[in-house]
Design a binder for this molecule. Structure first.
Ligand SMILES: CC(C)(COP(=O)(O)OP(=O)(O)OC[C@H]1O[C@@H](n2cnc3c(N)ncnc32)[C@H](O)[C@@H]1OP(=O)(O)O)[C@@H](O)C(=O)NCCC(=O)NCCS
Length: 385
């Protein structure tokens, strides 16, 4: 069996094969150096480094070369940890090379060296070692930010032994660095290191890196689930989506909306869709997400809910829903039972009914209107056959 098949089989056991294939295709289509940077915490490098080596071997078998970064928080042993990971990778016939960051290192030169290695199928292992002890954590992250900007890295992953962040004992799957920042900073449940991760991630995302950078905190044992499933594993830190509300479709670029629906649903809407009545549209600034609602005497009917395939699972749907729910005391909608998102709808709704073709959901709907709302939802035309 090919290594790619082994990984896909594994992913199938934790998620959905189509998701794994989607992300694999996405990562492989990008320049190799953009795929990801993986910051290995000193604790992980000491006690769980074999899991990191295994992760890297599987990624290399898939043709994916993340930049491994050691010492961002604790430089003392970074070079020794890097050398050990490199030795073990090479024993497993995976080429790897150490790059020691010096005070005089220029981000552009580091980026060039990393690009050459990644494109040649060699795992670049970057060490912020003892020469970096003279710098503060802020300074080391400023250098990291310049490097991620030069590489145009898609995702930075902190491998952290406890996995993602926890609040009230529960894993925080998504944290919005604009709205959730102060509560995370004030949280006694986070360790000092975790608070520093949040602060530095916020600087990277909001100040230091001009392109869209995703940051996740996860355990080395969950890296594949984090990378290859829409739901991810661990905590995804992100800039909140910039959303606005419009009254109707006027002013919305039809081609962009059509492209969004194709990306989200995998197929185009019928032409008549654009002539059907719409009362409000909630859109993300670059039209990477949209929710369309129609006012009815029963309450607001959610006719379309779509997020660009690549951005799904990053929290835009939740942000859109928060706006919809704030504006509309009553919302009802329908979904196909096999849509993976129905598990989320089950949490959002006050009630639902499973019918042969559709599940119908409602929130804030008086019980005497439920039969009429179900009849309304079932009578709607199919926009995306
Ligand atoms: C439905 C949709 C708009 C949600 O937007 P999103 O930005 O992906 O959602 P978020 O990242 O905010 O996540 C919201 C919830 O949906 C879940 N979710 C999103 N995509 C998922 C997927 N592919 N599989 C399983 N769950 C998924 C998230 O896990 C989260 O649930 P949780 O809070 O229980 O963890 C988006 O996934 C989409 O466009 N899907 C394809 C089109 C579609 O089916 N639209 C709805 C038709 S009824």
């Amino acid at each position: 069996m090919e290594p790619a098949d082994v990984v896909l089989r594994f992913l199938e056991s934790v998620g959905r094969r189509s998701e794994a294939e989607f992300y694999l295709g996405l990562f492989r289509a990008e320049p190799k150096e953009q795929f990801a940077a993986i910051s290995v915490d000193a604790n992980v490098a000491r006690h769980a480094w074999e899991a990191v080596v295994l992760d890297l071997k599987f990624l290399a078998a898939l043709g994916l070369m993340p930049v491994v970064v050691l010492g961002l928080f604790e430089p003392t042993d970074a070079e020794e940890h890097g050398a050990r990971i490199r030795r073990r990778l090479e024993k497993g016939a995976v080429a790897a090379q150490l790059i020691a960051v010096e005070q005089s290192s220029e981000p552009a030169q580091l980026a060039e060296a990393i690009t050459l290695l990644a494109r040649a199928g060699t795992v670049p292992i970057l060490t912020f070692g003892p020469p970096m002890l003279a710098l503060t954590v802020e300074d080391r992250f400023a250098r990291m930010g310049a490097l991620l900007a030069a590489l145009r890295t898609r995702k930075l992953i902190f491998l952290h032994r406890p996995g993602g962040l926890r609040q009230k004992g529960e894993l925080v799957q998504l944290a919005n660095l604009t709205t959730d920042f102060s509560s995370l900073q004030g949280s006694k449940e986070l360790s000092r290191k975790e608070r520093a991760m949040v602060t530095q991630s916020r600087r990277l995302i909001l100040e230091l890196v001009p392109h869209k950078l995703l940051v996740a905190i996860t355990s080395p044992f969950n890296l594949f689930r984090e990378l290859f499933t829409t739901k991810g594993a661990g905590t995804l830190l992100r800039r909140g989506a910039v959303l606005s509300r419009r009254d109707g479709l006027a002013g919305i670029d039809r081609d962009q909306l059509r492209a969004l629906l194709i990306s989200a649903f995998g197929r185009p809407p019928v032409d008549e869709f654009f002539d059907r009545p719409v009362s409000q549209v909630y859109v993300e600034e670059n039209l990477r997400g949209a929710a369309l609602l129609l006012d009815t005497p029963l309450g607001a009917y959610l006719t379309k809910f779509a997020v660009d395939r690549e951005a799904q699972g990053e929290g835009m749907g939740r942000d859109l829903w928060a706006l919809i729910a704030a504006d509309h005391p009553t919302v009802f909608w329908r979904a196909r039972a096999h849509n993976p998102v129905v598990a989320w709808y089950d949490q959002l709704c006050d009630g639902m009914v499973r019918l042969p073709d559709w599940n119908v959901y409602w929130k804030g709907l008086p019980s005497d209107r439920i039969p009429a709302a179900i009849a309304f939802a079932l009578a709607q035309p199919v926009d995306i056959p």
